[in-house]
Design a protein around this ligand. Structure first.
Ligand SMILES: O=c1ccn([C@@H]2O[C@H](COP(=O)(O)O)[C@@H](O)[C@H]2O)c(=O)[nH]1
Length: 301
């Protein structure tokens, strides 16, 4: 456990998210299983296209992978589409992860002007919020500094954030590779994240709690753009494994020098193995083992 002081002077003695994630990856392997209840998957699992179906789907995934992988990542969009009942299912999913000791990254990609970020911080990182997992994804495209309330809330509650930097989709390049005063936007975001992790790292954490989203499909983009992933000293959530074409070889190449920080994430590729809990577990275990070989043993911190 380390003591960190946020920029508003609040002191937290909780074990930070970066440390907890490092420990989980060292103990169980690097994989994060995405919980993306697409309509097609609900049909395939013989579940209704409604909030009850999504709840059953998600709880089955949690049951299958708890104790097997480092984390899960429910995609908020697939719960939001069912209104308040869908959001109740998201809350239940997050609570089930907590009860199972499974880290939960809520993929909500929030980002707004600073005053509104206070609201998102309360919703997704607040001490008593049902939507607060262990970390949340954030969009920095209103300016990294607008995310400060969420970062402060995360550090104060032992939670984390993952800030979009080099996303897995090809369209992301037009924004993320663009130059600002000669520096690619993604490199600017990475520098901000590195600065936000300094206090935790200096206090002895193996990883800070301010991570980046860097897709498993980016190829040589980080190298080509001069985005120093190792210098971030925070976790690197890498979606795009499986259905989007990323795999162990792509991770090894794209994240060379920062492999110990990578949290590769795969959703559809594993979820297609359902609805059987045993089959889901077997699919997750197989991908986790491949990725563990690719990234090597993660230091527990
Ligand atoms: O750059 C990003 C950021 C987030 N995602 C999300 O991850 C999953 C990917 O699902 P797959 O089925 O494994 O393709 C999905 O929820 C995306 O919204 C991403 O793909 N890329």
């Amino acid at each position: 456990m380390s003591t960190t002081t946020t920029t508003t002077g609040e002191r937290s003695t909780r074990t930070g998210f970066g440390t907890r994630l490092s420990q989980a990856m060292a103990a169980r392997g690097p994989l994060c299983v995405g919980i993306d209840p697409h309509v097609g998957l609900l049909h395939r699992w013989d579940l209704p296209d409604d909030a009850r179906g999504v709840r059953e789907f998600s709880l089955r995934v949690v049951e299958a992978v708890a104790g097997q992988v480092a984390a899960v990542k429910p995609q908020s969009a697939f719960f939001e589409r069912y209104g308040s009942a869908g959001m109740a299912a998201l809350e239940e999913t997050i609570a089930a992860c907590r009860a199972a000791g499974l880290l939960c990254v809520v993929d909500a990609k929030r980002g707004d002007i600073g005053s509104t970020m206070d609201g998102y911080a309360d919703a997704f990182l607040g001490k008593d919020s049902g939507f607060a997992g262990d970390a949340v994804t954030l969009s920095p495209y209103l300016g990294f500094e607008t995310l400060r309330p969420a970062i402060e809330a995360a550090l104060a509650t032992g939670r984390g954030v993952f800030v979009l930097a080099l996303t897995s989709n090809p369209e992301g390049a037009e924004v993320q590779h663009a130059l600002v005063d000669g520096v690619p936007v993604a490199a600017v975001i990475a520098r901000h994240a590195a600065a936000a992790n300094v206090a935790e790292i200096e206090a002895g954490a193996p990883l800070g709690s301010v991570g980046l989203v860097v897709g498993a499909t980016i190829g040589s983009a980080a190298r080509d753009l001069g985005v120093d992933l190792a210098a971030v000293r925070g976790p690197l959530l890498a979606p795009g494994v499986g259905a989007q074409g990323g795999g162990a070889a792509q991770i090894r190449d794209a994240f060379a020098g920062a492999l110990g920080a990578v949290l590769p994430s795969s959703s559809r590729d594993i979820l297609r193995a359902g609805p059987s809990v045993d089959d889901l577990r077997a699919a997750a275990r197989a991908i986790n083992a491949e990725l563990r070989d690719a990234v090597g043993q993660v230091p527990a911190g």
